[in-house]
Design a protein around this ligand. Structure first.
Ligand code: HEM
Length: 378
């Protein structure tokens, strides 16, 4: 049992998947007349706060204390976070969005407090790209605050910060740190401490620059400078994943998981650029980011985490059939979801297909990896 709260991804990943499945299933349920009200609001909150939020908590709740050289999370801490997450999902399903958002704010602050308490014993600095992870938390907190504003552009900014920024930033930060670890030939760590410190400072400067450019792009979008915002956001994300993560470097040798991550990274960047072509299709463009980028990266990184913690790291280099199946379903879900907004007559059926395909992707993934959640490294 101890394993489950000391490595809380074992609880948060399935919880996130369940909340995501409910969030996606709302669409077929609505079109099949099982739900009376249009499920836009509960859908977006269950996907971002529920699905993505739970994976962020699971990943950072496990890796955070290790990176800080601190003791793992305790049972009470993990149980409180889980109860909060369940209450938040319940509130959104009951269409109590404000209360749900406020409780989510409390959850994020509690989680940060849990990690900050551990910083007192900090011996080693976390990777500099984790500045972006912190940026993701700032985005969600500021986003929820701005959503209460009466001014339209501030409300818009709040919505962009929560719906995009909360997840985009950690994906860039974790991706830059994680992607090189998926490669066959990993870049060597500098042995000299002075070189390591200088490299850390350079990494922190790049992460800060990335943060700033992305925040400017959010501001531009909120002020309706859609194309300029997309150009700046797409270029910044591609530049950062390229320069810090080596995402587009040909020569460094790639494992299967690295190829999957690369696919997610390329689709993420493509989705961010899409408003240049279709400035009026905001939600369709966003779903390229959500399904092609966020979902594929989330499935890939969590596969690595689950297999690594289950003592199955020998599988990292193999072509994993369940992951190929899951990603294929995700790509089809993305096509169905995006095309829905371009074909108004078929919209409802495309949305139903998209939801069912996403559910199939999750089922294929969970079927294989579910049993691994209770296996330990040794
Ligand atoms: C796979 C099936 C999916 C379907 C059928 C679907 C459907 C939709 C639809 C129809 C809307 C627009 C609602 C409106 O009219 O206001 C929407 C918005 C949204 N969806 Fe999805 N979605 C899917 C997957 C996802 C995923 C995987 C995520 C996140 C990871 C996500 C996050 C969101 C968010 C945040 C919004 C609100 C966007 C905004 O207005 O800022 N969706 N979705």
């Amino acid at each position: 049992m101890k394993l489950f709260w000391e490595e809380p991804f074992r609880i948060f990943f399935p919880l996130g998947l369940l909340l995501g499945a409910i969030g996606v299933a709302l669409w077929p349920l609505y079109f099949w007349h099982f739900l009376a009200a249009y499920p836009s609001n509960p859908h977006m909150r269950l996907m971002i706060e529920g699905l993505m939020g739970s994976f962020v908590l699971g990943f950072l709740g496990t890796a955070g204390p290790r990176l800080l050289d601190a003791p793992p999370l305790g049972m009470v801490e993990v149980a409180t976070l889980i109860l909060l997450q369940l209450a938040i999902a319940g509130l959104h399903l009951a269409r109590q969005q404000l209360l749900g958002d406020l409780l989510f704010l409390a959850l994020l602050l509690l989680f940060l407090a849990i990690l900050v308490r551990r910083i007192r014993r900090l011996q080693d600095l976390p990777p500099p790209s984790f500045l972006l992870v912190l940026g993701g938390f700032i985005n969600a907190i500021a986003g929820i605050a701005l959503l209460q504003s009466q001014r339209f552009w501030l409300y818009q900014l709040g919505s962009i910060l929560l719906n995009e920024g909360f997840i985009l930033f950690p994906i860039l930060g974790v991706g830059a740190f994680f992607f090189p670890k998926l490669l066959v030939a990993q870049p060597a760590e500098p042995a000299d401490l002075r070189i390591a410190a200088a490299m850390w400072k350079k990494g922190a400067r790049l992460a800060a620059l990335c943060l700033l450019a992305l925040w400017i792009s959010f501001l531009l979008e909120a002020l309706a400078w859609t194309r300029s915002a997309a150009l700046l956001r797409g270029l910044t994300s591609a530049w950062y994943l390229g320069i810090e993560g080596g995402l587009f470097t040909e020569a460094r040798g790639r494992t299967f998981l690295a190829q999957c991550f690369q696919l997610g990274g390329v689709l993420l960047v493509a989705g961010l650029f899409m408003p240049l072509l279709f400035p009026d299709r905001r939600v369709a463009n966003l779903h390229v980011v959500f399904l092609g980028g966020f979902s594929i990266i989330l499935f890939t990184v969590s596969t690595r985490v689950i297999l690594g913690h289950a003592g199955a790291s020998h599988l990292f280099r193999q072509r994993l059939r369940f992951l190929v199946t899951a990603l294929a379903f995700l790509l089809l879900a993305m096509l169905a979801r995006v095309s829905a907004d371009f074909f108004p007559v078929e919209r409802n059926s495309h949305l139903i297909y998209a939801a069912l395909l996403w559910l199939l992707a999750s089922a294929a993934w969970a079927w294989t990896l579910g049993p691994r959640l209770s296996q330990s490294e040794d």
